[in-house]
Design a protein around this ligand. Structure first.
Ligand code: GLU
Length: 322
């Protein structure tokens, strides 16, 4: 049949993982392993202010502790390294250069406050859409502004509807100009933006299956546009529901009782996997299980499509023995 699956987990090492990160990691791993594919672990440590090498080490160790392995990537190496985004700056610069040569990017001198003010109506999901105020500045204006401030760089998006079929959630479409707006590919401090790096890397690493949190669904049309500009074929996307706290908030690395430190104190890897599998619709009861035991019965059809509140009782106490 078709080409061999190459999937990846691409976490940002900005703290210890929480339950939601682990949920996504387990599904990404099962999706690859059940197809006999290759799993890649890439550390998205682009942001030097938030990411730390010790978090990357802990992250890899937490995944291994749970029973998730990878064939290529962080700590293992492989033909498409380095697998740390902080070491791939030259490659991002080359991709950025290609966009620049084609006149597809422009410098944006807006401050954060100006950007917010210059945004078209804020969307329900909190995303702001830049109104393009720096898009058509003359060279003279740019030169004058550049004396006071280093610009960020944005990619120009056309008036175009981008649609795709998510492997888990089904059809999804957005209007690039209306819903995404011209988006940043390089920050004013010179750091390449997630949108550029993720497309550049998934392209270079020949990833053909991306499993990630549903919070990135609305970034996908922008990314599909970048795939096209960079002449790469896009992977198939599977967005997975987010885990919410009982009061309906998205879990974050700050939800202490559901981060890896606290979870590892309370549960064995099998107990934790059993609970994750139960939340993911892959087990009828939250009984202890190893990730490898879930491979043969894994099916996306069983995974819920909407966000899931995590019942606190499920994670607050140790209800079973291993
Ligand atoms: N690095 C991103 C995160 O940790 C995930 C990016 C992706 O999977 O495309 O949220």
């Amino acid at each position: 049949m078709g080409e061999k699956i190459r999937g990846r987990f691409a976490p940002s090492p900005s703290g210890r993982m929480h339950l939601g990160n682990l949920f996504t990691a387990l599904l990404a791993w099962l999706s690859v392993r059940s197809a006999g594919g290759t799993m890649v672990l890439r550390m998205e440590d682009l942001d030097p202010d938030r990411c730390r090498p010790e978090y990357a080490r802990a992250l890899a160790e937490d995944l291994a502790w749970l029973g998730l392995d990878w064939d290529e990537g962080y700590g293992v190496g492989g033909p498409h390294g380095p697998y740390l985004q902080s070491r791939r700056t030259e490659y991002y610069a080359a991709c950025f250069g290609r966009l620049e040569e084609k006149g597809l990017v422009y410098p944006c001198f807006c401050t954060r406050a100006e950007r917010l003010a210059a945004s078209a109506p804020h969307r329900a999901d909190g995303r702001t859409v830049y109104d393009g105020r720096c898009r058509d500045r003359t060279e003279e204006e740019r030169a004058a502004l550049a004396r006071a401030r280093r610009p960020a760089w944005r990619v120009r998006v056309p008036e175009e509807r981008v649609s795709f079929v998510d492997g888990h959630l089904g059809p999804f479409a957005e209007d690039l100009a209306r819903d995404c707006g011209d988006f940043i590919v390089r920050r004013s401090d010179g750091v390449y933006a997630y949108q550029l790096a993720v497309v550049a890397d998934d392209g270079a690493m020949e990833i053909n299956q991306v499993v990630r949190g549903e919070d990135l669904l609305t970034s996908t049309p922008c990314q599909l546009y970048l795939y096209r500009l960079l002449g790469r074929s896009a992977p198939r996307f599977f967005h997975v529901p987010l885990l919410l706290s009982e009061d309906g908030r998205r879990l974050s690395k700050r939800d202490g009782d559901l981060n890896m430190v606290a979870l590892r104190e309370r549960f064995s890897p099998q107990e934790l996997t059993g609970r994750l599998a139960f939340l993911a619709g892959l087990a009828e009861k939250p009984n202890p299980v190893r990730p490898s035991e879930l491979i043969s019965t894994f099916s996306w059809a069983n995974v819920p499509r909407s966000d899931r509140a995590v019942p606190s009782a499920l994670f607050s106490e140790r209800t079973s023995s291993t």
